[in-house]
Write a protein that binds this ligand. Structure first.
Ligand SMILES: Cc1cc2nc3c(=O)[nH]c(=O)nc-3n(C[C@H](O)[C@H](O)[C@H](O)COP(=O)(O)OP(=O)(O)OC[C@H]3O[C@@H](n4cnc5c(N)ncnc54)[C@H](O)[C@@H]3O)c2cc1C
Length: 404
């Protein structure tokens, strides 16, 4: 092996939430880990609205200083301006996303087995067979060095170079957001639906102090124009914004995430809810599977696609994959609702006991239980049947998604 090439057990590309959290989980082992991050500071630039379900504190030890606010209600606004307010058991966190990324980084940065290479870009990789050791490793090339790893982990986000090299394709949404002082409620999140940004919604999220709100929008196209239409609707002047943020959201169902010596985690594997674009709870859940899979790989010295698939990809598919499919189906239906359909659905929610159902069974991340309960409501069921009969092609597409 070339002496100028450093050898690692694990090389993680991307030092954001997926990369840092996985590194933290692996820091309890003796594995030698390299993390490659193209930005010079961990967690910056922020590309997140920072709303996360309360499940976060079940999954990780959540320091209070990361939580800026908690909301109790969600206000859903139809294209006509009519709205419904939902409240219930869920009290999502509004977090300081930069601080969350730093949390796990600060726990591992002084570990002698872990090296962060900042301001360094992953470029490509090749498989290399080590004849003496009779094993295959990955030779990684970055903008500054070459290194080998027995496992390469792609935590490189929605535009993942590793996913691209593995031939994966995603649909993408473009998101933009400002932080600005405003005059909204501090205890509720507002979601504006509109056919012009039908792939997601416009949002207003209260930080909970100094009347600062995160106002943003995501759509598949015309993002700048749509955002200015949205701000005009809200009578907000973006010149007064404290900060502008933006980013890309992968959009679809779970993608392949296991290959020989390689696995993908987070946005790079499309571990994202299609209803909201939220990825943090899902990727933290999958990171735990990734860490235990990697530990097993080293324990029994197996790094094949087959092994990683059965110990990681299939676990993710069984725990979060089905739920992500439901998110995608809901999103697909929402995308195809006309303004009249929206009005009618809001009417049903207001006049029947559905508000209570949503409050009681609504889980921001795992909606399966709620959907089954909703389907038992005769008004919702009839609405869906009529909608399906009117749009048979949508029904066929939904069946395809279910069978995928
Ligand atoms: C505007 C916006 C709002 C969002 N709001 C929410 C929300 O409210 N709640 C929620 O749960 N989720 C939200 N999300 C989604 C959430 O931010 C992502 O799911 C999450 O950040 C994914 O984490 P990740 O570590 O997989 O990828 P990322 O956070 O995208 O991190 C990828 C990292 O890899 C690095 N990288 C990429 N390519 C290379 C390379 N070639 N070499 C070296 N480094 C590289 C990047 O610099 C980055 O640090 C939002 C997303 C956007 C864009």
């Amino acid at each position: 092996m070339d002496r100028n090439i450093e050898n690692y057990d694990v090389c993680i590309i991307g030092g954001s939430i997926a990369g840092n959290y996985l590194c933290f989980l692996l820091s309890k082992t003796k594995l030698k880990i390299a993390v490659i991050e193209e930005h010079k500071e961990i967690g910056l630039p922020v590309q997140c609205a920072g709303i996360i379900s309360q499940k976060l504190s079940e999954l990780i030890e959540l320091p209070q200083e990361i939580v800026l606010n908690r909301v109790e209600k969600v206000k859903l606004v139809a294209p006509s301006g009519k709205f419904i307010r939902l409240s219930g058991n869920e009290r999502p966190y509004i977090i300081d996303r930069h601080a969350l990324d730093l949390l796990f980084y600060s726990k591992v940065k002084d570990n002698p087995n872990i090296t962060y290479y900042l301001e360094e870009k992953f470029k490509s990789f090749k498989y290399r067979y080590l004849v003496q050791e009779k094993k295959q490793v990955v030779l990684v090339e970055t903008s500054k060095r070459r290194l080998t790893a027995k496992i390469l982990v792609g935590c490189d986000g929605p535009l993942s170079a590793i996913a691209k090299l593995m031939g994966l394709k995603y649909c993408k949404l473009y998101a933009t957001q400002i932080r600005i002082q405003g005059n909204f409620r501090d205890d509720e999140v507002i979601m504006h639906f509109d056919p012009r940004w039908k792939e997601l919604f416009g949002w207003i999220i209260p930080e909970g102090s100094n009347n600062i709100y995160r106002i943003g929008l995501a759509s598949a196209k015309n993002i700048t124009r749509n955002f200015s239409i949205f701000l005009k609707k809200l009578k907000i002047d973006s010149i007064k914004a404290i900060e502008h943020q933006g980013g890309v959201i992968p959009y679809g169902t779970l993608n392949k995430s296991a290959f020989d010596n390689i696995l993908l985690l987070g946005d790079s594997a499309c571990q994202v809810k299609a209803t909201t674009g939220g990825g943090i709870i899902i990727l933290i859940t999958c990171a735990k599977f990734a860490a235990s899979c990697i530990i097993k790989c080293f324990k029994i010295n197996k790094f094949s696609k087959k092994f990683i698939k059965s110990n990681y990809e299939e676990l993710c598919a069984s725990i979060v994959g089905k739920q992500l499919k439901i998110h995608y189906i809901i999103r697909y239906l929402l995308e195809h609702l006309s303004n009249t359909d929206f009005e009618y659905l809001f009417q049903i929610i207001k006049t029947s006991k559905i508000e209570h159902l949503i409050s009681f069974y609504g889980d921001m991340d795992f909606p399966k239980a709620l959907i089954f309960k909703l389907l038992k409501n005769p008004l919702v069921f009839t609405f869906l049947i009529k909608f399906t009969l009117k749009h048979p092609n949508i029904f066929i597409r939904l069946l395809k998604i279910l069978n995928k």
